[in-house]
Ligand binder design. Structure first.
Ligand code: HEM
Ligand code: SF4
Length: 571
C-alpha cells in the first residue's frame, strides 16, 4: 500500500508514526534495504529515512553543527548513517570485536563508540555499504536490529554476570530469554515508543534498574527454611526531559516467572493506546506521570494478564554509593581467574584498540569480553599470572586499566559531531575537560561520575551523575558558544535521586575552572569520609553555585525542554 493513498488530510506526528508502523514491520524488510543500496540514497523514501531505518539501528548522521543551522530543531543531515550494534548484557567475543574493528576501519571513519546501554555505535556508513555491514554483523552472530525505534532496546545486565564473586545469580540467560521473547518477534515490533529493560543478578545494580522501563534485580527469600533467589521488579523508569525513577512493585518474582512477567508488562505497554497519542509522552513512565497509575494498579493489571497473583515482595538492600566502572584488575568467583577492565574515555575506540583488546582476550583469556554502561571494556577469564601482561598491553594502547578519577568517571553522549539534536559538541570536549582536570587536580582521590550530554534529552545520563553537564548555547565574548548547565548530586541505588539543577551555567571553555573550584571546595570543606554525593546533599543550590562560580551569583534557568523533537529524530 502506498503511504500517500492512506495518508489522512491532517496528521499529527504520532498519527503518522502509528500509520507507518501499521503499514509494515521494518524488521521484515531487509530486501528493501538491499534495493536502496543498489539504487542509491535518492531512492530511499522519507518513511524509511525518518522512521523505518530506526528499527535497524540506523539514523541519519548530522553535519557536525548539531541542531543549530538546521530547521525546526533538527540539524542538517549528511549522506551518512549511524548504526547501533546490539550487545545483549554487554557480551561480546573476540571474533565479533575483530569484525567490528574491521567494519570501523573499512566503513566507519576509524571510530566505534561504546554506548551507555552496552552497545557499540558506528558512524559514517553509506547506504551503498549498509547491506554488507549488516551481513558482516549477521555472520559473526551480531545484529543492529531493534537497537532503535519503538521496540525493546538492548537489554542491559551486569557485565560480570557469571563471574562476580558477590552476585546472587547469573541472570544473563534471562536476558537472552527475554530478548528472544520480545525482539524480532512480530508481536512486539510495534510498541508505543522505545522500551528499555535491564535484568541483573548482581547486588551492585550496575545496569541502572532505576532508569529502565522494566527492571529486575535479585533478592533472596527464606521460606520454611528454604532459600530461594528471585527478583524485585520495577517499572516506569527513564531519563529524558522528564526523568522518573522506576516504581518498585510489591511482588517477588521467582526465576521462572521473569519471562512471563516481562511478557505481561510488555503487553500492557504495547496495548496502552493512551500512550500512542503523543510521542513526547509515550514512554511507560507516563502511565504514572500522567494517567494516574500507581504501583498497586500496575501490579493488578500485570496479575490480571498473568492470571494469578504474585507473592508479595521481600526486603531488599539497594546498593550504597558503589562505583560501577569495572575498571582495574579484580578476582572472579572462579579461583585463579581475573577480569581486567579498561576505562574507555567517552567510550570511543579506534579499530587498532578494538583489535588489541580482541587479541588479548584470545591470547590470555577465553576470548570473551564485556561492555559496560560506563562505556568501558572488560576482558574476562584471565589467569592471575597473565593479568599484568594484559593490563600493560591495554595501557600501551591507551586503554587505561589504572586511570585518574576523571578519566574513569567521564561519560559522554554522541553530541554534535554526529547527532542532529545536539546543542553542543561532547566527545572532544570531554577529552579536553578530563585532561584539564587531571592536570589541575592530579591527586584527586574520590570516585566521581562526570556525565556530559549535548542537549536535555539526557542520552549521556547527566541526571544520575555526581556532576552532570547539559549542553546549551550562550553568547560568550561576543560569539555564540557551547556552554554547559550544571546538575549536581545525582545517584542511583540506595540514595537514588536526580541531580539537582544548580542554576549555574558557563561557557564550555570555562567548565574546567568551575569544576576545579567546586572540587577544591569539596576537598577543603568535606567532613571525614564524606563522599561527593553526601557533600552535595548537605549544601544548598546557592552554596553549590557559589563554589562553582567562585562568587555569589544569581541562578539562571535551566531551560530544560529542547522543544518538540522533530519527526524521525527520536532516540
Ligand atoms: C527524543 C530524542 C531523544 C531522547 C529523549 C533520547 C534519550 C536517551 C536517553 C535517556 C538515553 C539514556 C540511556 C538509558 O536510558 O539507559 C539515551 C541513550 C542513547 N542515545 Fe538518545 N535520545 C534521543 C535522541 C538521540 C539521538 C538523535 C541520538 C543520536 C546520536 C541518540 C543517541 C543515543 C545513544 C548512542 C544512546 C545509548 C543508547 C544505546 O546504546 O541503546 N539519542 N537516549
Ligand atoms: S543527549 Fe542525545 S539527543 Fe542530545 S546531543 Fe546527546 S546524543 Fe544527541
Amino acid at each position: 500500500m502506498s503511504t500517500d493513498t492512506a495518508k489522512p488530510v491532517k496528521e499529527t506526528k504520532a498519527q503518522k508514526v502509528e500509520r507507518l508502523k501499521q503499514e509494515k514491520n521494518p524488521l521484515e524488510c531487509f530486501e528493501e534495504i538491499r534495493q536502496f543500496a543498489r539504487e542509491g540514497l535518492v531512492s530511499v523514501p522519507d518513511a524509511w529515512i525518518k522512521t523505518y531505518f530506526r528499527w535497524w539501528g540506523v539514523y541519519t548522521q548530522g553535519d557536525g553543527g548539531g541542531a543549530i543551522g538546521g530547521i525546526g530543531g533538527e540539524g542538517r543531515a549528511t549522506p551518512y548513517f549511524m548504526l547501533r550494534i546490539r550487545l545483549s548484557n554487554g557480551f561480546i567475543t573476540a571474533p565479533q570485536l575483530h569484525a567490528i574493528a574491521g567494519l570501523a576501519e573499512k566503513y566507519a571513519g576509524g571510530i566505534a563508540d561504546i554506548t551507555v546501554r552496552q552497545n557499540i555505535q558506528l558512524h559514517w556508513i553509506t547506504i551503498k555499504d549498509l547491506p554488507e555491514v549488516l551481513e558482516t554483523l549477521f555472520k559473526t552472530g551480531l545484529t543492529s536490529m531493534a537497537t532503535c525505534g519503538d521496540v525493546t532496546r538492548n537489554i542491559t545486565g551486569c557485565p560480570l554476570a557469571g563471574l562476580d564473586a558477590h552476585e546472587l545469580c547469573d541472570a544473563s540467560s534471562l536476558v537472552d530469554e527475554v530478548t528472544q521473547l520480545l525482539v524480532n518477534n512480530p508481536d512486539f515490533y510495534n510498541l508505543p515508543r522505545k522500551y528499555k529493560i535491564s535484568i541483573s543478578g548482581c547486588q551492585d545494580w550496575c545496569a541502572y534498574p532505576e532508569i529502565n522501563d522494566l527492571a529486575f534485580t535479585p533478592v533472596v527469600r527464606e521460606q520454611a527454611g528454604k532459600r530461594e533467589i528471585g527478583f524485585s521488579v520495577r517499572v516506569g523508569g527513564g531519563l529524558s526531559t522528564e526523568p522518573h525513577l522506576a516504581v518498585r512493585l510489591n511482588a517477588f518474582v521467582p526465576w521462572a516467572q521473569v519471562v512471563p512477567v516481562s511478557k505481561a508488562v510488555s503487553e500492557l505497554f504495547r496495548d496502552a493506546s493512551v500512550l500512542r497519542e503523543n510521542r513526547e509522552r509515550a514512554r511507560l513512565k507516563y502511565l504514572f506521570l500522567q494517567h494516574g497509575w500507581t504501583a498497586e494498579s500496575f501490579l493488578q493489571e500485570v496479575e490480571r494478564k498473568l492470571g494469578y497473583k504474585l507473592d508479595p515482595a521481600v526486603a531488599e538492600q539497594a546498593p550504597d554509593d558503589v562505583f560501577r566502572d569495572h575498571a582495574g584488575v579484580h578476582p572472579q568467583k572462579q579461583l585463579g581467574l581475573f577480569y581486567v577492565g579498561a576505562s574507555v574515555l567517552r567510550g570511543r575506540l579506534t579499530p587498532q584498540q578494538l583489535q588489541v583488546a580482541a587479541n588479548l582476550a584470545e591470547r590470555y583469556g577465553n576470548g570473551e569480553l564485556r561492555t559496560t554502561i560506563a562505556q568501558n571494556l572488560v576482558i574476562v577469564n584471565v589467569p592471575e599470572e597473565k593479568t599484568r601482561d594484559v593490563a600493560q598491553a591495554l595501557e600501551a594502547a591507551g586503554l587505561h586499566v589504572a586511570a585518574s578519577a576523571f578519566w574513569r568517571g567521564a561519560v559522554a553522549c554522541t553530541g554534535s559531531e554526529f547527532c542532529k539534536l545536539a546543542i553542543t559538541e561532547t566527545k572532544a570536549f570531554t577529552r579536553w575537560l578530563v585532561e584539564e582536570l587531571e592536570e589541575r587536580l592530579p591527586a584527586f582521590d574520590q570516585h566521581l561520575k562526570l556525565n556530559v550530554t549535548g542537549c536535555p534529552n539526557s542520552c549521556g545520563q547527566q541526571r544520575i551523575a555526581d556532576i552532570g553537564l547539559e549542553g546549551k548555547k550562550i553568547k560568550f565574548e561576543g560569539r555564540t558558544s557551547d556552554a554547559y548547565y550544571f546538575c549536581l548530586g545525582g545517584a542511583v541505588g540506595e540514595h537514588a535521586g536526580f541531580a539537582r539543577s544548580i542554576g549555574y551555567r558557563c561557557a564550555a571553555s570555562e567548565v574546567p575552572d568551575a569544576i576545579e573550584r567546586l572540587l577544591r571546595s569539596y576537598l577543603e570543606q568535606r567532613h571525614t569520609g564524606e563522599n561527593l554525593r553526601q557533600f552535595f546533599a548537605r549544601h544548598s543550590e546557592t552554596a553549590l553555585r557559589t563554589f562553582l562560580a567562585g562568587e555569589e551569583r544569581a541562578a539562571v534557568p535551566r531551560d530544560a525542554s529542547p522543544g518538540r523533537v522533530p519527526h524521525g529524530l527520536e532516540g
